[in-house]
Structures are given as structure tokens and as C-alpha cells.
Ligand binder design. Structure first.
Ligand code: NAD
Length: 263
């Protein structure tokens, strides 16, 4: 299927590895020019070079911390300067730290708020004007299945990601007159470094072997395996495509059937 993305420009936040990285590479394969960011300059540069080598696409790497307003502004303005337009925004950031209610101070709540919610607010604020100018845009937020079913020991994620879904639903209506769609993807367990860290933390906390922790997660998933990053990237590429022009305000699980509710 031709997704109609060739020649367009995407910005994928937090993309030196994991889900962001897979998404940037997937969009580059569609013929998009792609801007990516992460905090570590060296890892980011390497990711950009690898994506470029694998796809032949032009990739702009901008070292930036998405929880800092000045970094987000610089990221978007450098993307526009380099490519002259911005059509697709994929919001993403590292996950907030694991833990339960009494583990967190006000300072940790505020840091998670800046990372998980304000990064999305600021990325949207900066990226929407060029989409409005062209009357075409696609925004996809990477969230988590925790917006549908809270996950154990991930209290900050369970709480703050719901605000991203509320924002996406509201923006979907506000931006519809400009032909800009706003959707969210809700990954279940997907084999990335973040997932590996969560499994190790769980194994340590419960004093069980790592493979037992992995098996416990897998038992929750009807497809009986963890997802692969490119499987989430495929869903994002579709939501970013011309073909998905009538889908907005949706929150799509990519979770191997883990969430069991009907609606
Ligand atoms: P990851 O830790 O493997 O990769 C995170 C990426 O974000 C890295 O490139 C890192 O450099 C970058 N990053 C982190 N903080 C940043 C910041 N402040 N500014 C800029 N870049 C930053 O994580 P992942 O598994 O790819 O997950 C991505 C997001 O999806 C996270 O929020 C995670 O919690 C969420 N998620 C992941 C899964 C999963 O199973 N992998 C499931 C549900 C939700």
C-alpha cells in the first residue's frame, strides 16, 4: 500500500532507540525526510546515520531534552529550517520511573508531568502552525496500554498518560477544520531496552529470575509473545498516512490482545 507520505517531513521525538527509533526508520522507508531527537548526542548521531544508511532518507538529528521548553522550540525550528515544512509529528519520551503511590515526592510528580504531558503540549504547540498553513497534518502520540488498563507499579505512567489522551481527543476536534488528525497508539509490552529494564526491576523486586518475570508478562498476552518495535511503527505509519485521513481522536492498542475490555 502506498501510504502517500513520500516527500513529506516527520518529526519523531525521543528516537535514538526503541519505539521512537523504529518509527523514524519506518517513516524514512516511506520516503519521508525525518527529524529525530534524544538527549545523548553520540547515540542520536549514530541512530541518524544508521537510519540514513538503511533507508537512503535525509535524517536530521537534533540533541534535545523534550522535557525542556527551550529544547522543544529549538527542535521544531531547526526541523522547519532544514526541511521547510512539517507534516507529521510523533510525540514520544522516556517513560516515567516505576513505583507505587507512596514512592513519589512532589518533585518527582512534577518531573514526570514535564516529561510525559508538557513535552506533548509543547511539541504540539510548536508543530501545529506549519501543518495549519498547509491544511494537512498528522499527529500521533506514543502512550501505553496503561491508558486503558492501569499497570502494576507504574503509577506515574498510569496517571499522567491519561492527560495525553484527553489532550489528543480535544485537539482532534479543534484541529479537524485544518485537516489535521490526532491519534494515539497504546503499546503493550514491546521488546525494547525500557521493557528490559522494567523486567529486571520486577525480577529484582519479586526476587525471581528474569525469565520468570518475562514469562509472567507473556502469559497476560493472548498472542503469547512480546511485540516488536516495528509492529508499533507499522501502526504509526498507517495513522500518519494519507489513507488514515478519516481516523482522528482514536487510541489504538498495539498489545497482542492484552487489554480485554470490549469498547
Ligand atoms: P526506551 O527507553 O527504549 O527509549 C526511549 C527513547 O527516548 C530513547 O531514545 C531515549 O534516549 C529517549 N529519551 C528519553 N527521555 C528523553 C527526553 N527527556 N528527551 C528526549 N529523548 C528522551 O523506551 P521505549 O520502550 O522505546 O518506550 C518509549 C515510550 O513508550 C516510553 O514512554 C515508554 O514508557 C512507552 N511505552 C513503552 C512500552 C514498551 O513495552 N516498550 C510499552 C508501553 C509504553
Amino acid at each position: 500500500m502506498d501510504l502517500g507520505l513520500s516527500g513529506r517531513v516527520a518529526l519523531v521525538a525521543a528516537a535514538s532507540r526503541g519505539l521512537g527509533r523504529a518509527t523514524a526508520e519506518r517513516l524514512a522507508r516511506e520516503g519521508m525526510r525525518v527529524a529525530i531527537c534524544a538527549r545523548n548526542e553520540e547515540l542520536l548521531r549514530r541512530a541518524a546515520e544508521e537510519i540514513q544508511a538503511a533507508t537512503g532518507a535525509e535524517v536530521l538529528a537534533v540533541p534535545a531534552d523534550v522535557s525542556k521548553p527551550e529544547d522543544v522550540e529549538r527542535l521544531v525550528s531547526q526541523t522547519r529550517e532544514r526541511f521547510g515544512r512539517l507534516d507529521v509529528l510523533v510525540t514520544n519520551a522516556g517513560g516515567p520511573p516505576p513505583g507505587n503511590f507512596f514512592d513519589f515526592t512532589d518533585g518527582q510528580w512534577e518531573a514526570a508531568f514535564r516529561l510525559t504531558l508538557m513535552s506533548v503540549v509543547r511539541l504540539c504547540r510548536a508543530a501545529i502552525p506549519p501543518m495549519k498553513e498547509r491544511k494537512w497534518g498528522r499527529i500521533v502520540h506514543i502512550t501505553s496500554v496503561s491508558v486503558k488498563q492501569p499497570l502494576p507499579n507504574l503509577l506515574l505512567s498510569n496517571s499522567l498518560r491519561l492527560a495525553v489522551i484527553g489532550l489528543a481527543k480535544s485537539l482532534a476536534v479543534e484541529l479537524a477544520p485544518y485537516n489535521i488528525t490526532v491519534n494515539s497508539v497504546c503499546p503493550g509490552p514491546i521488546a525494547t531496552e525500557r521493557m528490559e529494564q522494567l523486567l529486571q526491576a520486577q525480577a529484582q523486586m519479586q526476587n525471581i529470575p528474569l525469565e520468570e518475570a518475562r514469562a509472567a508478562w507473556t502469559r497476560e498476552i493472548p498472542l503469547a509473545r512480546l511485540g516488536q518495535p516495528q509492529e508499533l511503527a507499522d501502526a504509526i505509519a498507517f495513522l500518519a498516512s494519507e489513507n488514515a485521513g478519516f481516523i482522528t481522536g482514536a487510541a489504538l492498542q498495539v498489545d497482542g490482545g492484552m487489554v480485554k475490555f470490549v469498547l
